[in-house]
Design a protein around this ligand. Structure first.
Ligand code: MN
Length: 388
């Protein structure tokens, strides 16, 4: 924050130069990074991440202080114990046992100093007949993928896959005390700090995001690792994170392009009739018959597309679903239509409708057929279309 007065001085002294602007931009990034802690991890969660990182690399000198800070930040004794149990699956028994041995004197000293740390929730043992199935279910919950094919290690050494499911994802994950979210914060922190575990780190970052841990919260873990553990490993984590977010953005944009799921009705067939200008599509929703003399259909007009002048012997109702379009009655001015607009078009009054010049237009047309078919006239000239 101290840097701002300095910056202001420069702003007043110099006219805004590109170099200064990029300097301001970088400053803004740094400052916004600092203020991001509001939407970032809580102090307790950050403590969990730090305890995990220090345990995983076996930095017991700094672990002592991190354990104290974690308790100060509101972690319960059982949460920390559970974290150290969880971690043996990722960094091995020796690291976990050393960390537990570091925790014991920390707790004793705090008690002696009169600090009353909360004990917290007790873990529960998992008692089910089929632990393998439970582990599979937990993993499917975490990843959103059911029954993935067994490849790589699972194919080469099947027992390790059984241990992974039965023990890690059933016995450990289902013990309670820590939420899945907390377990993933701990896991990502350990995997990145250990280094050279990209496939697992990538997997657990993706799981974290599925559990609602945001990109900036994962960045909090990586920034802590950069500062406290290892800059190079943290940077590898940042590359992984940006790959994941880029892929997510790419996938969602492909989905939006290919998937019409946000559209209520399908686009239907291209309209092949001489009484339309430009390209339009039709989905017939209701055909008129003896029981119901009203027809309903969805028409999608490409930008610039429109009907010829025409009239309906029994009138027409137009409901606008999306985009921007025009509607004009003979002798009247051109109306612009938006999503949600409704037009009641009188019987036997010539009119036209279509998309605006630069936006698609989707309408439902509800047309009475009892007095005969639509009567078509001449096309809508460009001058009429672009006029008022
Ligand atoms: Mn019409």
């Amino acid at each position: 924050m101290r840097k701002w007065p300095l910056l202001n001085k420069y702003i007043f002294k110099m006219k805004t130069s590109p170099i200064l602007l990029s300097f301001i931009f970088i400053q803004t990034l740094i400052l916004s990074g600092h203020s991001q802690t509001k939407s970032g991890l809580s102090d307790a969660e950050l403590s969990m991440a730090k305890i995990s990182a220090l345990t995983a690399i076996g930095d017991l000198d700094n672990l002592d202080a991190a354990l104290n800070k974690g308790l100060d930040n509101g972690l319960t004794i059982n949460q920390i114990k559970e974290e150290l149990v969880h971690l043996y699956a990722y960094s091995g028994f020796p690291r976990s046992l050393m960390a537990i041995n570091t925790l014991i004197p920390v707790l004793e000293k705090r008690k002696k100093d009169g600090i009353e740390d909360k004990v917290g929730e007790e873990p529960t043992a998992v008692e089910v007949d089929d632990k393998y199935q439970l582990g599979k279910d937990v993993l499917a919950d975490l990843t959103g993928v059911k029954d993935r094919p067994k490849t790589g290690y699972a194919e080469a050494v099947p027992i390790i896959e059984v241990f992974l499911k039965e023990h890690l994802f059933a016995d450990i994950f289902k013990r309670g005390v820590l939420t899945y979210r907390e377990r993933e914060i701990i896991t990502v922190s350990a995997l990145i700090s250990l280094g050279n575990l990209e496939p697992m780190a990538r997997g657990h970052m993706s799981i974290s995001m599925r559990l609602g841990i945001s990109e900036s919260q994962i960045s909090d873990i990586l920034n802590m690792i950069a500062k406290e553990i290892d800059l190079e490993r943290a940077n590898k984590g940042k590359v992984l994170l940006s790959e994941i977010t880029l892929n997510k953005a790419l996938n969602s944009s492909i989905k939006t392009k290919n998937d019409d799921s946000d559209k209520i009705f399908p686009k239907g067939e291209k309209i092949n009739t001489p009484v339309f200008t430009g390209t339009a599509w039709l989905t017939s929703l209701v055909e008129a018959d003896d029981v119901n003399t009203i027809a309903a259909g969805v028409v999608t007009f490409k930008p610039g597309a429109r009907t010829f002048w025409h009239q309906h012997p029994a009138g027409q109702i137009i409901l606008v679903l999306s985009g921007e379009g025009y509607y004009q009655e003979e002798g009247g001015s051109k109306k612009t239509l938006q999503k949600g607009d409704v037009i009641k078009c009188p019987p036997n009054l010539a009119h036209w409708h279509g998309a605006s010049l630069d936006r698609e237009f989707v309408q439902i047309a509800i047309t009475g057929r009892e007095n005969g078919p639509t009567q078509w006239f001449k096309g809508v000239s460009d001058k009429q279309y672009l006029g008022n």
